[in-house]
Write a protein that binds this ligand. Structure first.
Ligand code: ASP
Length: 362
């Protein structure tokens, strides 16, 4: 080849090599920036191994000393088991959503609580169950209400969130949907325990007229009087995601078709990664009118109030002024918790990655 002369082959080879290098380095750059983005997102979500789980088994008016010591122990053992069950999942890196659903299923399957088997009965002596779950990361939520053949309503609620375009499905529709989704169904009689039957007979014997007469008002489950409450769980996982769930039989002697606060997103159940996750328990009608769970989140979001203060304002000020009984559990995005209640008792517990672990009733 003469110097200075044009060599077509070498010209095209050089261009090809140049083009190849350009594409290669461009591809590497894109890949690199994607990796940086993923790492940044992971850092933003990194909770440094921190997780928190808070649970409740309902609030009521029972004064300390009215419940048999043995019974009290039974409750504490079950709360502890539920807490350990969920804590193990979160410690292993499980999601808050999975932990909340699993813990609530566990409590629904325990006849001590007013959710799943052992739920209180409506004015006709049947169990009608409500449940909701919410994912604080995506803002998605699912709920079922007035169902009588779904063994674990919380799992049906999760399917509504993940497998339908809806948030709340009630009655027959929810049961048909649950069946299609492979959620376990049972006979309505499955939910009725001898204790609840007895309580219902007692309630019925007081009933002298229409539902709503003073003698036979629907009863807010009261621990000391063996009418136990709703179950709920809120969690913060190691990825920094919040979730909340609640499940209930509602109130003893409630009207057929009555739906409480539990499955109403923002009333009894709410989660938002920007603020907190909340599960409430108490006289549902007040909790719905006061939009309790969302109110707590909104106070934190718009006023910068701490979770502790917001919980106090809602339960101890607002609800107490209305003579409305109840409580709530909540965890914020930084792992702070609050468990206020204005009743004599609230079955509750919490566990944290720091090693803190507590269950209590009064
Ligand atoms: N909040 C429930 C309801 O009104 C009852 C409870 O939490 O005890 O349905």
């Amino acid at each position: 080849m003469k110097i200075g002369s044009f060599n077509r082959k070498s010209f095209y080879t050089t261009r090809f090599v140049f083009f190849f290098c350009f594409i290669f380095s461009f591809g590497t750059l894109i890949e690199l920036s994607a990796q940086i983005e993923t790492a940044a997102a992971a850092m933003a979500n990194d909770n440094s191994g921190r997780w928190v789980l808070v649970i409740h088994g309902g609030a009521g008016g029972g004064v300390k000393g009215t419940m048999a010591e043995e019974k009290e122990k039974e409750y504490l053992v079950k709360l502890d088991e539920a807490l350990n069950f969920g804590a193990k999942m979160l410690a292993k890196g499980g999601t808050s959503l999975d932990a909340v659903e699993a813990v609530i299923r566990f409590m629904e399957n325990c006849p001590l609580f007013n959710a799943g088997v052992g739920a209180v009965l409506n004015e006709e002596g049947r169990a009608e169950l409500d449940a909701a779950i919410m994912d604080g990361q995506s803002g998605m939520a699912g709920a079922v209400a007035g169902v009588s053949i779904i063994k674990n309503p919380i799992s049906a609620a999760r399917r509504v969130m993940e497998k339908s375009n809806h948030v709340l499905i009630v009655g027959k529709g929810a049961e048909i949907f649950a069946k299609k989704q492979g959620v376990e169904l049972v006979e309505p009689a499955y939910f009725i325990t001898p204790e609840r039957q007895q309580e219902w007979e007692k309630w019925k014997s007081k009933k002298t007229g229409n539902p709503g007469n003073n003698q036979a008002k629907p009863v807010n489950p009261t621990p000391g009087q063996e009418k136990h409450g709703t179950v709920g769980a809120v969690a913060l996982d190691q990825q920094g995601n919040l979730a909340a769930g609640t499940s209930t039989g509602g109130m003893m002697g409630k009207m057929v078709g009555r739906v409480g606060d539990t499955p109403i997103i923002g009333a009894g159940t709410y989660a938002n990664n920007k603020t907190c996750a909340v599960s409430a328990t108490g006289y549902g009608e007040y909790f719905m009118r006061d939009v309790v769970a969302y109110d707590l989140s909104a106070m934190m979001e718009y006023s910068g109030i701490t979770i502790e203060k917001a919980g106090q304002i809602i339960i101890m000020d607002k609800l107490t002024q209305q003579k409305a009984n109840g409580g709530l559990i909540a965890v914020d995005k930084d792992g702070n918790i609050c468990l206020p209640f204005n009743t004599n008792a609230m079955f509750r517990g919490f566990a944290k990655s720091s090693g803190e672990h507590e269950v209590a009733i009064y």
